[in-house]
Design a protein around this ligand. Sequence first.
Ligand SMILES: [Cu+2]
Length: 379
Amino acid sequence: MAVLSVAGRRIVSLMGLLLLLCTATVFAAPRPGSNDLFGCRGRRSIRREWRTLSTYEKKQFTDAVNCLLCKPGRTPRNLAEGVRSRYDDLVLTHQNQTFSIHYVGYFLPWHRYYTWTIEKMMRDECGFRGTFPYWAWENDCDNTLPDDQSKQKFLNSPIWDGTTGFGGNGAFMPTPPGSEGGAPPGRCGGGCVPNGQFKNMKVNLGPGAATAYNPRCLSRDNAPYFACWYLSKNGTARTMKATDFINFDDIVEGGPGFGISGIHGGGHYGIGGLLGTMGDLFLSPNDPSFWLHHANLDRVWWSWQRLDSDNMYSMGGPTKLMDKTSPPTQLTQPITMGQYVGGCGQAGTVTVNDVMDIRDMCYDYDKYYDVNANNVPPF
Ligand SMILES: [Cu+2]
């Protein structure tokens, strides 16, 4: 073995230092009283906004998603014939639980654990060592601009970049007769995603709750005007000003109807419109932009939790879909991803209480929203 010169050793140690600086993981002392249910072993990864990632970091993320799209699924065919990939296992879990995880108090905790689960699968099964991204949508939405400029700003977001990003809008397809009621105002796509890192992916399940094998393209039907109605800075600020969890969840989820969609529906129907994958309540995780949107919803919730110690473990809201007379959601409610999702060592079933503090789940965010929806350092 060659002996390194002093200069050579200096280069090696400089490389080591650079590697250390480049890694997305920080070491954090476990919080007192936390039981390391999620196996953090003192490590915490810090999620960052998509456009602050380097080209290399973006590729690490999209490669890991593509890896899950290529690995064989584990759900037996007799349970869901359409499942082909590990990614489909994840989509199926969302499809199967759709009516119990939306428009209920349980919505935010369930989707927090779901997003944590894909990150865990990417790390454990696909060797992902990168940064999990979020989409700070106000960067692409400014409803104080004239309509045409606001639309162009949304469509030209680096999120949709045709090379490094999630790809652009589908070609315009007219609203099919009879489905006008499901079309968000200003929808302008509907066809297959034409470029980007997921251009060739196959959507195997759906539409809706269907689980037969039905391979087709990933589709997008952007509705920029509608999206920015909710996702401009003032929509997030309105959410951050919620007075308690029930009020907060109500504003985030809104209701059925394009006039009351909230920041959750604003992103789903703003990206997926009527004919796009993200607009399908059951199937939306099949569009990888789902994870960017949900990571930011999670960041809004976490930022709101951090505003006040009363918010941190505040829970409630209906246990039955849109039924405000149903019993309130409790911290003891179990959350499950089902038998075929997650990996070695994943806590199979956790409770809402377990996912209330994301520092126990081995991650945090580089920036939080303040009450006026400015991005500020963690507080
Ligand atoms: Cu969902």
